[in-house]
Design a protein around this ligand. Structure first.
Ligand code: XIL
Length: 375
């Protein structure tokens, strides 16, 4: 006689749950469900993902993440490509998508030396504008952008990457023209435009001792001056051998000790060899393609995939250990194929930096994180 398979009640429920999470994950509970009492788990979205072009990543984002940040469309060169000519179409769609899908929405980023339009800091002949002119331009940009999404965007990366690894100020145009005062200015303007929005300072290479101390000093200075700063964003563009996890943890604790929340804002873990031992995330630093720098174009060996899972899980173990200090952990992209790491710092490589593979399937790290979260 053919035996009939009986699915007990709990088995049927689990089956339903796993089907409900979508076919791309074998887990019985989604990532965002597993982490919902810990911190937001976010992803950066590209325009294709919230405009119905990339429906695969759109679905993975919707089903697995609880927070979103725009990968590019809210950077100043896109929002105000020419002085006074704002372009909000994509940013509006991004926010609408987030609201329709119940996401915690963060804006990225108000003041950043990169992906900023030429006109912002210079005049027609390419010379730096006066401090008064730059102050006025920052005022009009920040006010227009933040007030447009008042009450809808819950937090802003106000200033991005103003400090170097050794703790010195980055000599950006903002710094050249206004000195370090451009930072409190930006925080004040953002707060005036939306008094309820959370405000963040965001940067990479945060595990460096010099940068850690300088960011702590910055947080304290802003607070002493009565300015709002809610959190420090640690970008988290990490590799298999950098940074030392203990140093990352030290920075996380130092920022929390300074009186703000910590967010991991741009997490991705590259498996690829670094062409430069001085690894940061300076988007302007790029290297020529060489085949030897692209070892996994045909697929990732199991041993490397396992090491990747282990390292990603180690980081999440630290995040969960300090969950009282962390408000959000955001991956910089949805699926491996979407990641900027395929193109930076060397163009044309094949990387495996995110939690979902190129087919939108959850990698083993997702299951590990869910288990670490106690589910
Ligand atoms: C990156 C985007 O992912 C790319 O698509 C773009 O070409 C360059 O910028 N630090 C940041 C992010 O704060 O805005 C950067 O995003 C990655 C480094």
């Amino acid at each position: 006689m053919k035996s009939r398979k009986i699915i007990p009640c709990w088995g049927a429920a689990a089956l339903l749950l796993s089907v409900g999470c979508g076919s791309q994950t074998d887990e019985k509970i989604s990532l965002k469900e597993a982490l919902k009492d810990k911190f937001y788990i976010g992803t950066a979205l590209s325009v294709a993902q919230f405009t119905g072009v990339d429906t695969l990543s759109e679905r993975v984002a919707r089903e697995n993440f609880s927070a979103i940040v725009p990968e590019n469309c809210m950077k100043s060169m896109f929002l105000q490509p020419a002085e006074g000519k704002f372009f909000f179409d994509e940013a509006d769609k991004f926010v609408a998508w987030g609201e329709a899908n119940g996401m915690w929405i963060t804006g990225h980023c108000l003041v950043w030396h990169s992906q900023a339009p030429e006109w912002l800091c210079t005049d027609g002949s390419g010379k730096n504008v006066s401090p008064e002119a730059l102050t006025e331009r920052l005022r009009s940009h920040i006010t227009a952008v933040v007030s447009r999404y008042r009450g809808r965007i819950k937090g802003w990366d106000v200033v991005n990457e103003a400090i170097l690894e050794d703790g010195s100020w980055r000599k950006s145009k903002f710094y050249e023209i206004l000195g370090e005062e451009f930072i409190p200015l930006a925080f004040r303007l953002a707060h005036e435009a939306d008094p309820d929005a959370e405000l963040y300072y965001n940067d990479y290479s945060m595990a460096f001792e010099g940068k850690r101390s300088a960011v702590v000093r910055l947080v304290k200075t802003l607070r002493e001056r009565g300015l709002r700063i809610d959190a420090v964003g640690m970008q988290g563009h990490i590799g298999m051998d950098y940074p030392a996890i203990e140093e990352f943890e030290k920075s996380l604790l130092a920022f929390a000790e300074a009186g703000v929340k910590v967010m991991v804002t741009e997490l991705d873990l590259t498996v690829l060899p670094s062409p430069n031992p001085n690894v940061g995330a300076a988007v302007e630093t790029t290297f020529e393609y060489r085949q030897s720098l692209n070892p996994y174009a045909g697929g990732l060996p199991d041993s490397v995939a396992t090491a990747w899972t282990g390292r990603m899980s180690d980081f999440f173990r630290i995040f969960l250990k300090h969950q009282d200090k962390i408000s959000r952990v955001t991956l910089w992209g949805v699926c491996d194929g979407d990641s900027w790491r395929n193109g930076w710092p060397v163009p044309g490589r094949t990387d495996y930096a995110l939690l979902f593979d190129r087919q939108g399937k959850a990698k083993p790290a997702v299951g590990e994180i869910i288990r670490l979260a106690g589910q």
